[in-house]
Each structure stands twice: as structure tokens, then as C-alpha cells.
Design a protein around this ligand. Structure first.
Ligand SMILES: Cc1cc2nc3c(=O)[nH]c(=O)nc-3n(C[C@H](O)[C@H](O)[C@H](O)COP(=O)(O)O)c2cc1C
Length: 218
């Protein structure tokens, strides 16, 4: 393949990859998960995220299979703290969630690391970019993936388990594995649903009319 051919293929390739990523819930993610080299490649992709001030405000904590039992106990405890009347089968279901998907990571953002001028919103945006890069690389390697959140992320016991500081926010779990079933891809919004443009009269929905020079005054 010539360099020119490769370059013209890149937008199509990227669009294909982006469309291929969809949430595959952890209960539908089976072995094999990424091996060590693949996981390193997936995590390297996160490093390409924009990061104002190069604070590296986010990090991923791997939860290997051997310690999932510790997480299971925290899921169960968090449920019982929230709902003292939770039935044993509900507690068991909470516990069981820790064992789904072969590869499990926790995404954490530190609101205080480095320059305090960079606020939490910017740090969260950087984390969102990092996790999307990671998900796309996992997709490119053939893995299914999911982000999951839940009330347990705020539970004291879980925060202690992951050694979180008061400034740390546990954002979501990232699950990776081989998809053994998938739903039809969901309908994506059209760009017209989320684009508007500024005019002298205010903000108007949709794209701006095409102009010869986009910087010319309207
Ligand atoms: C931060 C975050 C947390 C999420 N947590 C959950 C969750 O707890 N349970 C769930 O079913 N989906 C969760 N999702 C996945 C979204 O529901 C999913 O992305 C959405 O349905 C769109 O589907 P798609 O990923 O296939 O495009 C989460 C997504 C994000 C961004």
C-alpha cells in the first residue's frame, strides 16, 4: 500500500472503528481478555488524550482476577449500607458483578493533582478523552468493552480498597473482554441534533450557511 492510499483510507478507517465501538455489558464479556502486551497497547492509547497543563489528572487501576473477591465484598457492603433491607439474593448479585469480564479497570480522576487553576471539569474532559482512546484501541484489537458506574463508586469501603485520596473521584469501571453476544448498534444522533452556530441575532440551530471565507463577517 502506498503512503497516499494509506492516508486517504484513514478517515474511513477511523469512522469504521468509531461505529464499531458499542457498549457490551460486562456479563456478555468472556475470556479471552487482552494479554499483557495488548493491555499495554490499550493503555498507551489513553496517553494521547489532551491534558491541559500536562497534569495527568486521571489514572487506571487494574483489578486482577485474584483480587476480585475484595471488590465483591465492597459491592455487597455498599448495597447493604444503602439498603438495609436488601435480600440475600440481591447482595449476592451485587457481589457477583465483581467477577464479570476478564479485564477490569477503575478510572480515577484527581481533582487536586498539579495546577489548582485547572478545574475539575477540564480534568474530567481529559479523562473522557483518555477512556475513549482506550476503548477505540480495545475495539481495534477486537475486544468488546463497557463503562459502568453505580452508587458503590462513592462508598467509603470501596474508596479505601483503592487507596483513594479525598481529592480522587472514582468515575467508572472499564470492562474489556471477548463479546459473546452483542445487541444491534444503537441509532446515533445526527450532527444536526447537536450543532448550532452563532449569528449577530444569537445562536441558531444547525450548521452555518456555507461561506467562501468562514471568517468573513456575515
Ligand atoms: C461514565 C459512564 C458510565 C456508564 N455506566 C453505565 C452503567 O452503569 N450501566 C450501563 O448499562 N451502562 C453504563 N454506561 C454506558 C452507557 O449507557 C452507554 O454508553 C450508552 O447506552 C450508549 O451506548 P453505546 O456505548 O453502545 O454507544 C456508562 C457510560 C458512561 C460514559
Amino acid at each position: 500500500m502506498t503512503a497516499t492510499a494509506a492516508i486517504t483510507d484513514i478517515p474511513d478507517l477511523l469512522a469504521t472503528l468509531q461505529r464499531a465501538r458499542q457498549t457490551i455489558l460486562p456479563k456478555r464479556l468472556a475470556e479471552p481478555g487482552p494479554d499483557a502486551a495488548q493491555l499495554a497497547q490499550i493503555l498507551d492509547a489513553a496517553a494521547s488524550a489532551p491534558d491541559h497543563g500536562q497534569l495527568l489528572p486521571w489514572r487506571f487501576i487494574v483489578v486482577p482476577g485474584a483480587v476480585r473477591g475484595l471488590l465483591a465484598e465492597q459491592f455487597a457492603q455498599a448495597l447493604q449500607e444503602r439498603d438495609a433491607s436488601a435480600l440475600p439474593e440481591q447482595v449476592e448479585q451485587a457481589r457477583e458483578k465483581a467477577f464479570r469480564s476478564p479485564c477490569l479497570l477503575l478510572l480515577v480522576v484527581d481533582a487536586a493533582r498539579g495546577d489548582p487553576e485547572v478545574d475539575l471539569a477540564e480534568r474530567l474532559l481529559s479523562a473522557g478523552c483518555a477512556v475513549q482512546n482506550l476503548l477505540l484501541m480495545a475495539t481495534a484489537l477486537g475486544f468488546g468493552s463497557a463503562l459502568t458506574s453505580g452508587k458503590a463508586l462513592k462508598a467509603e469501603g470501596l474508596r479505601r480498597l483503592f487507596d483513594l485520596k479525598p481529592s480522587d473521584h472514582a468515575l467508572c469501571f472499564v470492562s474489556l473482554g471477548t463479546a459473546h453476544s452483542r445487541k444491534p448498534a444503537r441509532l446515533r444522533p445526527q450532527a444536526t441534533e447537536f450543532i448550532s452556530h452563532l449569528t449577530p441575532e444569537g445562536v441558531v440551530p444547525g450548521f452555518a450557511p456555507m461561506q467562501l471565507n468562514p471568517l468573513e463577517s456575515p
